[in-house]
Design a protein around this ligand. Structure first.
Ligand code: FAD
Length: 451
């Protein structure tokens, strides 16, 4: 049987673009359909614009600290339209880079929505049908609004980058990493930020001690965080949005931002009819090789809701190409993935939290929290935390958790040691780099807790 393509990729985000161009580089005839902007969530409405907003938001405290260090400095206002113009130009540039990479690799791009019509065919929005030996679904996910009265008046993370102006006040609903990051970003840009989270502590799933410290610091930085609180309904008034909350309060905000979860983009793709299994959240169920229940159809990235991070989608893409186009069956390794939460202070983490490790067996916890030299000199009361969770029997470092400026940079390197299976004694054998914050990771002498 002959096909139009060896591979048809649906979705031009982190995973889809990588799989398409690497497969094409190996000589496969590849097509890709993207119905929005090339680059997907990470480049257009996720990691990249968010990190640029993190940078923008960090200049105010930096300028204050510079004054404390003796610089004659005064901070003017933040001009959102100026930043937004530059941001938009940068995203256009990156989208161009992605399109250029696909073009150079010889991938045929269809700028339209694609759905599946049979195990080897894709239907484009213009009605054309294209056949392919393999189909890769890399359609990502999208933010969802909660089912509350007036939810349509709120915004979601996709909207934040395109606001015509910054609100004076905002309510952020949610306690996950996207909610917390934007709470810190907007607070840093001068917006009055209130955050509602229905749970008992923000950043569920991460190390409890780290969560507590980040929450304390966010509050100290001026964010009004309310736990155990959710939105009942929103009413639009002449002056803004009146929000009725489960804590009995009614308060008005200029803007409400729902960071209450994401859903995989599988609606209307035609997967049910083909026998591709979907999970309860709408995610595509795949095996270790990203293969679905239909052998010619694979899925990678956020649409599979495994670990929803850009580098993971990229690794899943590379493993898919190795398996299908290089004849090397390559399972995806989802173990010990380091990650960062770009709150202020930043959080870098790899491996088990203290709570997870304790549930698995006897552990020793080595931890320290202190005022770092740079901000302490400037008169700030910021605290950082360095923590190692160690298996009491094997001495392996099971988890490393860092709350500190640049923790994302630090955890990338600590992640190598943890992934290599280093023991606490391996960490101890490394000479400290002085004076740094991370030197504490190799000088933690006595366990803070044994459990
Ligand atoms: P996506 O990048 O979402 O790409 C899917 C593409 O498919 C989209 O372009 C979409 O338009 C297209 N598409 C969907 N359906 C169709 C169809 N039927 N036909 C044609 N095209 C279709 N990850 C990190 O690692 N670090 C971070 O700091 C980070 N920050 C984030 C911040 C925010 C606000 C968000 C929302 C996400 C963040 N992420 C971060 C997660 C990261 O962006 C995703 O994990 C990553 O983009 C997933 O890549 P993907 O290829 O699976 O999907």
């Amino acid at each position: 049987m002959t096909f139009d393509y060896d591979l048809f990729v649906i979705g031009g985000g982190s995973g889809g673009v990588r799989a398409a161009r690497v497969a094409a580089g190996l000589g496969a005839k590849v097509a890709l359909a993207e119905d929005s902007r090339m680059g997907g969530t990470c480049v257009i409405r996720g990691c990249v614009p968010k990190k640029l907003m993190v940078f923008a938001s960090e200049y105010a405290p930096m300028a204050e600290d510079a004054a404390a260090y003796g610089w004659d400095i005064s901070l003017g206002a933040f001009h959102w339209p100026n930043f937004q113009r530059k941001l938009s130009a940068e995203l256009d540039r990156l989208e161009g880079v992605y399109n250029g990479l696909l073009d150079k690799s010889g991938v045929t791009v269809f700028a339209q929505r694609a759905t599946l019509s049979d195990p080897h065919s894709v239907r484009l929005a213009d009605g054309t049908i294209k056949s392919a030996k393999h189909i890769l679904i890399a359609t990502g996910g999208r933010p969802v609004r909660p089912d509350v009265k007036g939810a349509e008046y709120g915004i979601v993370s996709d909207d934040i980058f395109n606001l015509p102006q910054l609100p004076k006040s905002i309510l952020i609903v949610g306690g996950g990493y996207i909610a917390c990051e934007f709470a810190c970003i907007l607070n840093g840009l001068g917006v009055e930020v209130t955050q509602y989270y229905r749970g008992a502590q923000i950043l569920r799933g991460f190390d409890d001690e780290a969560r507590g410290l980040i929450c304390d610091q966010m509050r100290a930085n001026g964010i009004s965080i309310h736990m155990g609180t959710d939105v009942i309904g929103i009413e639009k008034t002449d002056t803004g949005l009146r929000v009725e909350a489960t804590n009995g309060e009614t308060q008005s905000f200029d803007q409400v931002f729902f960071a209450t979860g994401r859903r995989p983009n599988t609606d209307g793709l035609g997967l049910d009819a083909l026998g591709v299994e979907l999970g309860r959240g709408g995610e595509i169920v795949v095996d270790h090789f990203s293969q679905t229940a239909v052998p010619s159809i694979y899925a990678i990235g956020d649409v599979t809701n495994r670990v929803n991070l850009t580098p993971v989608a990229i690794r899943e893409a590379m493993a898919f190409v190795a398996t299908v186009f290089e004849g090397k069956k390559t399972p995806v390794d989802h173990d010990l993935i380091p990650s960062a939460v770009f709150t202020q202070p930043e959080f870098g983490t790899v491996g088990l939290s203290e709570e997870e490790a304790r549930a698995a067996g006897p552990i020793e916890v080595y931890a320290t929290s202190f005022k770092p030299m740079q901000s302490s000199f400037a008169g700030r009361s910021d605290r950082v935390m360095m923590k190692l969770v160690v298996c009491a029997e094997t001495r392996r470092v099971l988890g490393c958790h860092i709350v500190a400026p640049q923790a994302g940079e630090m955890i990338q390197l600590a992640g190598i040691a943890v992934k290599m299976g280093s023991t606490k004694e391996d960490f101890d054998r490394v000479c400290a780099v002085h004076p740094t914050m991370s030197e504490e990771l190799v000088t933690l002498k006595t366990p803070a807790r044994v459990a």
